[in-house]
Design a binder for this molecule. Structure first.
Ligand SMILES: [Zn+2]
Length: 242
């Protein structure tokens, strides 16, 4: 853990000096300038589905292509932590445009593999969730944990599903702490919004949703009152969600 803290501090220092140019047009001083943002959201607009068995709504900021895809790749694989506010803004625009969540929403970030946090020097989903929370005003309920630390990339579809089903668990201690801090939260009226960066097969999201649902049932919330939705920045091509 000590090592990962060191990397984090070092990348923070780098961020301060890292010159940023718009990923779309190269304009200095922007990660994603207004012009490119509006151009992208016109040609690769956010969309959602409501006909899903696991979620009330699945919200997607755009298809996995073009500048949006480049931004996510850079953020994840080149540790550009200063992109996090851009993604927070993109998710916030997505819920404004296609979301049907209501005011009593809480953001639930999908937990990142520890191996990836160490490699990147920061938790890329947690950083997005915090920026998204700052802009939307929705609190972050960070209760999902990885039950074990496997990484999905490279596994077959069936294997991914199998792994995902056992991958998550709820930290009850963190759940209690959240409820202590946000005493106004009524779980029966809350819309839970799971956040991840990319929807590939949906196996992670679905598994995380099921674990959260199980915990809410355990806490006495009736199935008909449970509202869980999912939001991602990117989805692979096509509008099917399986
Ligand atoms: Zn631009």
């Amino acid at each position: 853990m000590k090592n990962s803290v060191k990397i984090t501090t070092f990348s923070r220092i780098l961020d301060l000096f890292y010159p940023c140019y718009c990923k779309g047009c190269g304009k200095f001083g922007y990660v994603f300038c207004h012009r490119c943002y509006f151009y992208n959201s016109r040609y690769n607009p956010p969309f959602s589905t409501k006909n899903d068995e696991d979620f009330n709504q699945i919200l997607v900021s755009g298809l996995k292509e073009g500048v949006l895809e480049e931004l996510v790749k850079d953020y994840k694989y080149h540790s550009r932590r200063h992109y996090a506010p851009v993604f927070g803004g993109i998710l916030n625009e997505t819920i404004k445009r296609v979301g049907e969540l209501g005011e009593k929403t809480v953001i639930v970030p999908l937990p990142t593999a520890l191996k990836h946090i160490r490699l990147r020097g920061f938790d890329h989903i947690d950083a997005i969730a915090r920026e998204f929370s700052r802009l939307s005003g929705f609190p972050v309920l960070k209760v999902l944990e990885r039950a074990f630390d496997t990484v999905q990339v490279g596994s077959s579809n069936e294997e991914r599903k199998k792994q995902a089903r056992r991958a998550y668990r709820v930290s009850r201690e963190d759940f209690e702490r959240f409820l202590d801090n946000f005493s106004e939260v009524d779980l029966r009226k809350t819309h839970f919004l799971l956040v991840d960066d990319v929807w590939t097969t949906g196996a992670s999201m679905r598994a995380a949703g099921k674990v959260l649902k199980g915990e809410l049932i355990r806490r006495g919330i009736k199935l008909k009152d449970i509202k869980i939705s999912a939001i991602v920045i990117l989805k692979n091509n096509g509008y099917e969600f399986n």
